[in-house]
Design a protein around this ligand. Structure first.
Ligand code: NIG
Ligand code: FE
Length: 415
């Protein structure tokens, strides 16, 4: 989308600043402007600042819109989701509510493999329809950029189908979609007990086709005890890097595997989950500039302690927060709940949560130069709230306070 728009009478404009991830104490440095205005031309922000200083010659002929004193924040970047899947696992949710551990269900052949069966059985058009509904739900909560993973096909044909669905959806909805190949999500039944053969298959057959298709920008692995170990993850990710994909890892979610340390050694763009990550690996992520992506909706839904994002920031990391929307561990894409959990249970401040969901989310997708903040040169993605301050994102606990969503200077959604 590439429109022209002049938004005036913004009661409070709150945004992180910069073209790279904010780390450590920088995450608390928000730019807050009262009585602000934003001018977007051809989809790009050309002015963001006091309403009194709008460059009126440049604004000539641009359609104006008053924010009526309401608050504005950048469009949210949900940098970790599995939003293209078919079928549901509501029964597993009930078993977990009764106390059955997530990995126990996985090891009994439930979990990811069940979603694989449903996703393989779905047509491309069905996946597109399902994905489109979920993207509109996200847009309604202010999400303008969404990362989406494959990983429920687990063979060449169906992994490419999931990636293809995302490519169709990026044309069909206003949201920007960043696809990730996650073939190493689980070992599919046809390779049962033959993890090394499945890795060879992905490296020799699937990854080259993923590259040829040209949709995926990243490659991800579920590095976890009983799924893919450190050595297997390394071999697969190095092959993906050679094919030009950026690297991401599901790391240290259930067991402390050293996945975050591997992310640092491989120069991955992000390591995600991080519930059990050691202090040493947090320091390694900070040194290597790996974005530490925490997924509070998943820890909440699994009734686990949240990742120690407070310690990660205090160790100098750039922290991002994302939904992890998926049919198993976390069937939620609630941005309002992320704000509530981030502030109340992860002990982050509002500026940190806002930065984690915008600029640092963009950095976790390699897009911080063009997305994630409201400043000149960035894409015109922003959210007008139904409130006078960004504080309402957390204060109005669990409620959606989004009024209008602008993507590339065009109105993408109105409540
Ligand atoms: O990020 N942990 C691995 N993958 C997903 C869950 C996938 C599923 O259960 O379907 C996650 O939590
Ligand atoms: Fe995930």
């Amino acid at each position: 989308m590439a429109g022209d728009l002049l938004i005036t009478n913004i009661g409070e404009l709150s945004t992180p600043t910069g073209t790279s991830a904010r780390r450590g104490a920088e995450m608390s440095e928000l730019r807050v402007v009262e009585d602000a205005a934003v001018l977007i031309k051809d989809g790009i922000i050309v002015y963001a600042g006091p309403g009194a200083d709008v460059p009126w010659e440049e604004a000539d002929g641009v359609p104006p819109m008053s924010a009526d004193g309401r608050a504005v924040v950048p469009g949210f970047v949900d940098s970790h989701t599995h939003f293209v899947f078919a079928g549901y696992r509501d029964d597993e949710f009930m078993w977990r509510a009764e106390g059955l551990p997530y990995m126990e269900i996985h090891n009994r052949g439930g979990g990811i493999r069940r979603s694989m069966e449903a996703t393989r059985a779905a047509s491309l058009e069905q996946l597109v329809e399902i994905g489109e509904r979920r993207l509109w739900t996200m847009l309604s909560m202010g999400v303008t950029t969404v990362e989406g993973k494959s990983g429920y096909g687990l063979d060449l044909q169906h992994e490419l189908k999931q990636l293809e669905a995302m490519s169709v959806l990026s044309e069909r909805t206003p949201a920007a979609i960043v696809p990730t190949y996650l073939g190493a999500h689980a070992v599919p039944p046809e390779f049962e007990g033959r993890t090394a053969d499945y890795l060879d298959y992905m490296i020799e057959e699937v990854l080259p086709s993923v590259r040829a298709q040209g949709t995926a920008r990243f490659c991800d692995v579920f590095c976890e005890k009983g799924v893919f170990d450190i050595e297997e993850s390394r071999r697969y990710l190095e092959a993906a890097a050679e094919m030009g994909l950026g690297l991401k890892l599901h790391a240290d979610e259930i067991e402390a595997m050293g996945g975050a340390g591997l992310a640092a050694r491989l120069g991955a763009v992000s390591a995600d989950h991080l519930l059990k990550t050691s202090k040493e690996d947090m320091a390694a992520m900070a040194r290597a500039g790996v974005v530490a992506t925490c997924l509070p909706l998943t820890s909440f839904a699994l009734r686990e302690n949240h990742a120690d994002a407070r310690l990660m920031i205090d160790s100098g990391c750039a922290v991002a927060l994302a939904s992890d929307l998926n049919p198993g561990s976390c069937y939620s894409q609630s941005i309002p709940l992320i704000f509530a959990l981030g502030l109340l249970y992860m002990r982050l401040n509002l500026a940190e949560v806002l930065t984690a969901l915008t600029l640092n989310g963009a950095a976790a997708l390699g897009l911080a130069e063009s997305l994630g903040s409201i400043e000149s040169g960035k894409e015109g993605d922003l959210v007008i709230l139904e409130a006078r301050s960004a504080r309402f994102l957390a204060y109005n606990t669990g409620m959606n306070v989004v009024s209008t969503v602008v993507k590339g200077g065009e109105i993408a959604y109105r409540a």
